[in-house]
Write a protein that binds this ligand. Structure first.
Ligand SMILES: Cc1cc2nc3c(=O)[nH]c(=O)nc-3n(C[C@H](O)[C@H](O)[C@H](O)COP(=O)(O)OP(=O)(O)OC[C@H]3O[C@@H](n4cnc5c(N)ncnc54)[C@H](O)[C@@H]3O)c2cc1C
Length: 440
């Protein structure tokens, strides 16, 4: 059982601290007494790439941390919730975590297994050992004692720390829309987070709802496995080739942005994409009015990187349909009045943050609506009272690495100031004298 009340925990922690100060406050390891765990460094929630990056950056500065992870492994999104054929969408140099590049022998776009092996090596190199099967169900700041209290469901532990780093990601929970008729549909229904390969869909008519990177790639995989996919494209979408003029489209964009304004780079990207991919509007994939980079900047909407799906759409192997009106017992009705039969529906409708479910904070650093930091980039990494957010900038792994560096730097300043305070008090009142004076 966890602590019944704070005073009990406070007494235990304070008693331990008084007996060993500064050894306990600045100790390398956490201390556990009756389900109450005192963490001398930050508590980091989530052992995905972002959480690992913060823990590593802290470790390098000599600051210990406790990493809490609900799954039984690191990078659970990549290990458990992604499909087999997935590769990084961006070249490896844009996806590496701080202080450790990908192995030189890895391809330009590492596959999912290679990426996981890189993350495992990363955790090993920085000796980051998350506590697995620790789902955080509540975290709140206790102003009376100036500490964050983080409660987990398994084992009923409560962790105490001066700092809380939220690293649960933008993709913590799968989003499935509430569709009319969904309950009556007789075929199989799943979210892409549970899709591994098209093998089990061989010969089946599959409706894929959503045309982001996952939806488009899953359609290609279904095609390659002799299934019959139809993709629902409700909104306008930018499709870009993965490579342009022999460079990655992302790398080329970053380079061009050094010299040109974003609108000019967007125009150039669209021109090159048109030359390479043709007019996507003609196959039902209407481009937004705003350019791809501006759209990402303004609304966080990522362009789709084409890895071969467009060719299959053009050849008719993948059908494109407008928004869904409703599901029926045997299939679906679309907004253009068409009605078709399907054997299965796959929702490629994305993910959302789960922060509002467990973080109790009154300051509104995280939005209660979408669970993302309310402060605009680049100010969304630091909240009040030792609260931090890593990996919530819609800038993928590169954004998470940038956040991680900033957070570790910021905590280090605090850590050093605390250490100095402790050392001073230790010099003035060594433990023996403290004990004597308290018994007087
Ligand atoms: C299919 C797919 C492909 C992608 N490809 C790329 C790419 O090529 N390049 C790129 O830069 N980005 C890509 N992304 C974006 C992706 O979000 C990041 O790459 C990366 O996984 C984000 O890392 P993270 O640590 O912030 O979040 P996550 O990887 O989601 O890790 C968060 C961790 O927190 C844990 N957690 C959640 N809630 C709790 C809780 N209450 N208690 C304890 N633990 C909890 C989760 O189990 C998880 O392990 C892709 C995303 C998807 C879905």
């Amino acid at each position: 059982m966890g602590c019944a009340c704070w005073t009990e925990a406070e007494c235990k922690v304070a008693a331990a601290a008084a007996a060993h100060a500064p050894a306990v406050f600045m100790a390398k390891d956490s201390h556990e007494i009756d389900g109450c765990v005192w963490s001398p460094g930050p508590v980091i929630v989530g052992a995905g790439p972002a959480g690992l990056a913060v823990a590593a950056c802290l470790k390098e500065r000599g600051i210990p941390s406790v990493v809490l992870e609900r799954a039984g492994c690191i990078a659970s999104l990549w290990q458990l919730k992604t499909y087999d054929r997935l590769r990084l969408h961006l070249p490896k140099q844009f996806c590496e975590l701080p202080r450790m590049p990908f192995p030189a022998g890895f391809p330009k776009y590492p596959d999912r297994r290679q990426f996981v092996s890189y993350l495992e090596a990363y955790a090993g190199a920085f000796d980051v050992r998350p506590r697995f099967h620790q789902t955080v169900v509540e975290a709140r700041y206790d102003a009376a004692v100036g500490l964050w209290r983080v409660r987990t469901s398994e084992g009923g532990r409560e962790y105490f720390s001066r700092w809380l780093v939220v690293a649960t990601g933008e993709n913590a929970e799968a989003v499935v829309p509430d569709l009319e008729g969904a309950a009556g549909f007789r075929g199989a229904v799943a979210h892409t987070s549970s899709y591994k390969s098209g093998d089990s869909y061989r010969g089946k008519r599959v409706l894929v709802v959503g045309c982001g990177n996952s939806g488009m790639e899953v359609c290609l995989d279904l095609c390659d496995n002799n299934a019959l996919p139809t993709i629902v494209v409700r909104d306008s979408v930018h499709i870009l080739p993965r490579e342009l003029l022999g460079c990655s489209t992302f790398g080329l964009s970053m380079w061009l942005l050094r010299w040109l304004p974003i609108r000019a780079v967007d125009l150039l990207l669209l021109l090159l994409a048109r030359l390479l991919l043709g007019d996507t509007d003609r196959v039902g994939l209407t481009r937004p009015r705003v350019g791809p980079l501006q759209l990402k900047l303004l609304h966080g909407k990522t362009p789709v990187i084409d890895v071969g799906t467009l060719r299959k759409i053009k050849s008719g192997d993948i059908k494109v349909r407008p928004a869904l009106k409703r599901l029926t017992q045997r299939g679906a009705e679309f907004t253009d009045g068409r009605s078709e039969e399907f054997d299965a529906v796959l929702f490629a409708t994305g993910y959302k943050s789960n922060v509002p479910c467990w973080l109790k904070e009154a300051e509104g650093f995280f939005s209660s609506k979408d669970g993302l930091p309310t402060r605009p980039f680049p100010h969304g990494w630091k909240g009040e009272r030792g609260l931090y957010a890593v990996g919530f900038t819609k800038r993928g792994l590169m954004g998470a690495s940038l956040d991680a560096r900033r957070i570790a730097q910021d905590i280090e300043q605090c850590w050093k100031a605390e250490l100095l305070k402790e050392v001073k008090s230790f010099t003035i009142f060594p433990p023996k004298q403290k004990q004597q004076s308290s018994s007087n």
